[in-house]
Design a protein. Structure first.
Length: 407
């Protein structure tokens, strides 16, 4: 049997490792548009800040593919999958047949409809190659000021990385708060104070309509017609799954590729995992794409095992984010918004921390915090296990709370 894995990221590598752990003979071939061996996407901001070199972004031993007897085809993207022929076609014209296929092609940045966004000096921090180009451009052009479009997770990390090079940074965000998908308005206000304390300027409720300059970006024109001069622009407003390769096929698609509890698509020989797969949220049961690293790793593992006959159920994706601003941890788990009248909010604040939990029927369904908190692991356990906290609701967010483990 031959298995092809499209994608060399978290899901693809996890799947290949799981397959080889139970089947030493099956043929595995990984196809990737990138030329680099697997690396950590989470490390890209640290490549910008120079806290890490490329050497330390690698996720695998240099002999990983050889040791696991994995064939690799790097440097050319898959442009089409033909399920009826059980084949994949690459952009370079080559094609490969498969018995089982895993689509783990990840996601790509959303390109907003901004005039002249294709100018030199406009970047997306989506791959190791593109990330290295950011600092090479900044150094070569002696960039003193940068504009980041989008105040999400990646945009904020990039802003802090650029500040480490004494580059002034302005973040432009259309929403009324930073980290809108991660934090509620009240916690987001505190996070904004921290971000501003690092020297990053933030403009909320502002859109960008044009990149100015001749050949190279020299500024951004906002929706209110104000101009921000800069030497570099980075766009970070979100991602969308790389699923164009299945256009024209009969695979069922919604936000991403629809899969069952075994990560199998509507074609029984094709599986999907990671940022391309639409799976149920573990807490709500609503099908969505929770595009975070741990979900991709677990989905890859489950898909890999199922592809070689080790029936394994995927319970659902987690929604958890952790960010550090000015040395202060910011955490978000589960729901951040009240969805019905049964929900209530409990909170706790002291000099160093602010914590909030969303409770439904005496079970924590969401949690946010800014500042240190020793019981993060316990809170996450309560969320995952749907623990009844009625006896400890009034004190569970306090520093002196000592959890009692039930037998």
């Amino acid at each position: 049997m031959k298995i092809i894995i499209v994608g060399n990221g978290a899901a693809g590598i996890s799947a290949a490792t799981a397959i080889r752990s139970v089947d030493k003979k099956v043929e595995i071939q990984i196809v990737s548009k990138e030329r680099d061996a697997a690396y950590s996407l989470c490390a890209l901001p640290y490549v910008v800040s120079k806290e890490l070199t490329q050497k330390y972004t690698a996720r695998l031993d240099k002999d990983f593919y050889k040791q696991l007897k994995i064939k690799t085809v790097f440097g050319s993207p898959v442009c089409k999958i033909v399920p009826e022929r059980q084949s994949v076609i690459l952009q370079n014209g080559k094609s490969f047949s498969y018995d089982k296929l895993l689509i783990a092609a990840g996601a790509r940045p959303v390109v907003p409809p901004i005039e002249e966004i294709d100018k030199k000096g406009v970047f997306f921090m989506d791959t190791l190659e593109n990330t290295k180009k950011i600092m090479n451009y900044a150094r070569k052009n002696r960039v003193k000021k940068a504009v980041i479009i989008g105040a999400g997770f990646t945009g904020i990390e990039a802003a802090m990385a650029l500040k480490m090079h004494q580059i002034d940074v302005v973040i432009v965000e259309m929403m009324d708060r930073i980290l809108a998908r991660m934090l509620d308005p009240e916690i987001a206000v505190e996070a904004l104070k921290l971000l501003k304390s690092t020297g990053v300027e933030v403009r909320l409720g502002s859109g960008v309509k044009k990149i100015t300059g001749e050949k190279n970006a020299s500024g951004v024109r906002l929706s209110d017609n104000k101009l921000i001069n800069c030497g570099l622009v980075m766009v970070s407003i979100g991602v969308r799954p790389n699923i164009e390769m299945i256009n024209g096929s009969d695979l069922q698609v919604n936000q991403g590729i629809e899969v069952d509890q075994y990560l199998r698509t509507s074609d029984p020989s094709i599986y999907a995992a990671g940022d391309v797969a639409e799976t149920p949220d573990y807490l709500t049961g609503v099908k969505t794409i929770n595009a975070i690293w741990p979900n991709a790793v677990e989905q890859g593992r489950v898909a890999g095992l199922n592809m070689v006959g080790q029936e394994t159920v995927y319970d659902g994706s987690d929604s958890i984010n952790v960010l550090n601003i000015a040395g202060v941890p910011i955490v978000s788990m589960g729901q951040i918004e009240i969805r019905d009248k049964k929900c209530e909010i409990i909170s706790f604040r002291n000099e160093k921390s602010f914590r909030k939990a969303l409770i439904r029927d005496n079970v924590i369904v969401g949690f946010e915090s800014i500042g240190p908190f020793r019981q993060l692991g316990f809170i996450w356990s309560c969320i995952k296990k749907k623990t009844d906290i009625s006896d400890s609701k009034e004190k569970i967010l306090r520093d002196n709370f000592v959890p009692v483990l039930q037998k």
